[in-house]
Design a protein around this ligand. Structure first.
Ligand SMILES: NC(=O)c1ccc[n+]([C@@H]2O[C@H](COP(=O)([O-])OP(=O)(O)OC[C@H]3O[C@@H](n4cnc5c(N)ncnc54)[C@H](OP(=O)(O)O)[C@@H]3O)[C@@H](O)[C@H]2O)c1
Length: 367
């Protein structure tokens, strides 16, 4: 029996995780955390007799993790708010099923140091990283030539910068292949999601940015692939359904049955790939540059993006304002290396404040 602490239980990943946990006699829910939807979180907990519940940071997520002594923490909180739980799980050597990519992006160096001290594991939940994790398993680092992350391209694939000037949050939330929470859906529309994933892959697999490629694959059937030095490539294929990587991370190293059907190849399957358009969608380039700069630059990128996405969702910032807020915040930031969580929280707060000022300026001039 594995004891699971589920953080972000009321969200898109959280609800799918509950489905997986409820269906498995090997998984026991021992803690539930949510942000604003406290009633829903308490209902989830009381239905399953879960004693440990956190709502809106009460108790703090790191304290919750410590108190419930789980075998695995599924961190499905959205944004920087998930960072203390990521660090607490890693420091304690508890397996971390990681959906909250923002924590690894913002604090990659601190997270890897905590992982090493704690001696646990990170089991990626992001479908691309779950795919890479599986393709890489058992291979030597020297045999790997490159990682290839696939991107759906989001709802605006093929559009020009001019087309994007007045798209609304409603347009951006209509994702063609994945049904996800609002923040990641907007990240997917700007390609920032793939940028965050590029940084996430760098930290998870220890591969330099030069050897991580991004390719647009509109049907999201190939979840990612690894190129090896002998010319072979291994890919991970399946229908786009997050219950598969959630189940894999929670039941690892086993592979439990899920309700998702296997690929029906007889129905015909065409796999198309294309180069991402980084002119129209500059967030991918900005993320790659921040990753290469290192230090706290990815933390600044993430903070500015969270502010810009929230402003766009509120109707206070036009869509092209998202990369502009990120780019200007990064350009103005001094991004030293963070020695600890306190440093990083300070850097994150300063970046949020700077990004907010840029967003307000852009809102004031937008028609
Ligand atoms: N959705 C996907 O298919 C998918 C795929 C790959 C990776 N991810 C990653 O998984 C994470 C979650 O995504 P999502 O789509 O599930 O987001 P979501 O639907 O917006 O859910 C976010 C969850 O985080 C909780 N939360 C927010 N702030 C919190 C706080 N301060 N303390 C505790 N809980 C807090 C929310 O609680 P309330 O709702 O109660 O406020 C909610 O349960 C993100 O990092 C995303 O990038 C998602």
């Amino acid at each position: 029996m594995k004891r699971v602490a589920l953080l972000g239980a009321t969200g898109s990943i959280g609800r799918q995780a509950i489905e997986i946990i409820d269906a498995s006699p090997e998984l026991e829910l021992v803690a539930v955390a949510a942000g604003r939807r406290g009633n829903e979180a308490r209902a989830i907990a009381s239905k399953r007799r879960v004693a440990h519940v956190s709502v809106g940071g009460d108790p703090p997520l790191d304290a919750l993790v410590e108190a419930c002594a789980p075998d695995v923490v599924l961190n499905a909180v959205v944004g920087f708010a998930g960072l203390p739980a990521t660090l607490a799980a890693l420091e304690a050597g508890i397996d971390l099923a990681l959906a909250n990519k923002e924590s690894l992006v913002a604090a990659g160096d601190l997270a890897l140091a905590a992982l090493e001290r704690g001696g646990g594991r990170i089991l990626p939940v992001d479908s691309e990283h779950s795919a890479l994790f599986q393709c890489l398993e058992g291979r030597s680092a020297q045999s790997v030539d490159a990682l290839v992350l696939t991107a759906s391209g989001g709802p605006f694939r093929g559009r020009t910068a001019e087309d994007l000037a007045d798209v609304t949050a409603g347009d951006a939330l209509a994702h063609p292949t994945w049904s996800m929470g609002p923040k990641i859906t907007i990240d997917s529309a700007t390609l920032m999601n793939k940028g965050l994933e590029l940084i996430e892959a760098h930290f998870l697999f220890g591969i330099q940015y030069e050897r991580i490629e991004v390719v647009v694959h509109p049907t999201s059937i190939v979840h990612s692939l690894v190129r090896f030095r002998d010319g072979a490539s291994l890919a991970h294929l399946g229908y786009p359904d997050m219950r598969v990587p959630i189940s894999y991370a929670l039941t690892y190293p086993d592979r439990a049955a899920t309700p998702i059907p296997p690929l029906d190849l007889q129905a015909g399957l065409t796999l198309e790939f294309e180069r991402p358009d980084e002119e129209t969608f500059p967030c991918l380039r900005l993320a790659r540059e921040a990753g290469r700069t290192g230090g706290a630059a990815p933390c600044v990128l993430n903070a500015a993006n969270e502010i810009a996405v929230a402003a766009f969702l509120d109707g206070a910032l036009p869509f092209p304002g998202i990369p502009e807020v990120v780019e200007r915040t990064l350009a103005a930031a001094e991004a030293p290396r963070a020695r600890d969580l306190a440093d990083l929280i300070e850097i994150d707060a300063a970046a949020r404040s700077a990004a907010g000022a840029v967003a307000r300026e852009l809102a004031a001039v937008s028609p």
